[in-house]
Design a binder for this molecule. Sequence first.
Ligand code: AKG
Ligand code: FE2
Length: 251
Amino acid sequence: MSNNSNSNSNSSSSNNNRYKYKYKVVKLMYKMMMMLGNDDPEVVNKDKSSTDNIPKLIEVSQKPRIYRIPKFLTDEECEHLIETSKNKLKPCNEISSGVHRSGWGLFMKEGEEDHPVTQNIFNRMKTFVNLTESSEVMQVIRYNPGEETSAHFDYFNPLTTNGAMKIGLYGQRICTILMYLADVEEGGETSFPEVNVKVKPIKGDAVLFYNCKPNGEVDPLSLHQGDPVIKGTKWIAIKLVNQKNTGSSAP
Ligand SMILES: O=C(O)CCC(=O)C(=O)O
Ligand SMILES: [Fe+2]
């Protein structure tokens, strides 16, 4: 009896072990399947961004901070920005000072920025940066072959009277969001000569770069230019992102 009961309990404990073992194997296989599916945080984010339509930032450079944002604009948004500005462009050398630009451009008027398409674009920008009330209006620029923008900084130089005045008016231009509204056949890259980075214009993509270091000082590495277009037409929209103007820097 006792032997029997012993042997029974032995066999039931070995059965138990077998079940435990099987259970562990099944659990492990389940975990592996989940990992192959979407357990990786990167993969989960990627899925989320495609379903929620939140584009992803891809780091191009750490110093200065430069990011590419693929598919930031839809084709319809690119076409809307081109269509609404193409008949109003003026030669760039008439609208900007200090920088040699040979393209054609316009600053959107405040009312034009209220269009639902533009507002939607600004809301998307707000997932990456702080757009303040005092931010400057968006610009649209077109470059034909041979046209370019020479190397310059987007920040206001705090050491000049003009720069200090503009910092007081709008807030420092912390970063820039440059959107490509069309593909360019050849040339027209946005180049950062201090760090040897060239960003190729691809319709719908954006590049976000910081003109200031994380501590707020202006960053000389942010020097950039629009290379001459060789073949095709380059269309861009630019939004300068100003630091919140608290009024404390005003005289
Ligand atoms: O055309 C480009 O790629 C750069 C333009 C630019 O930097 C600017 O307009 O401030
Ligand atoms: Fe610029």
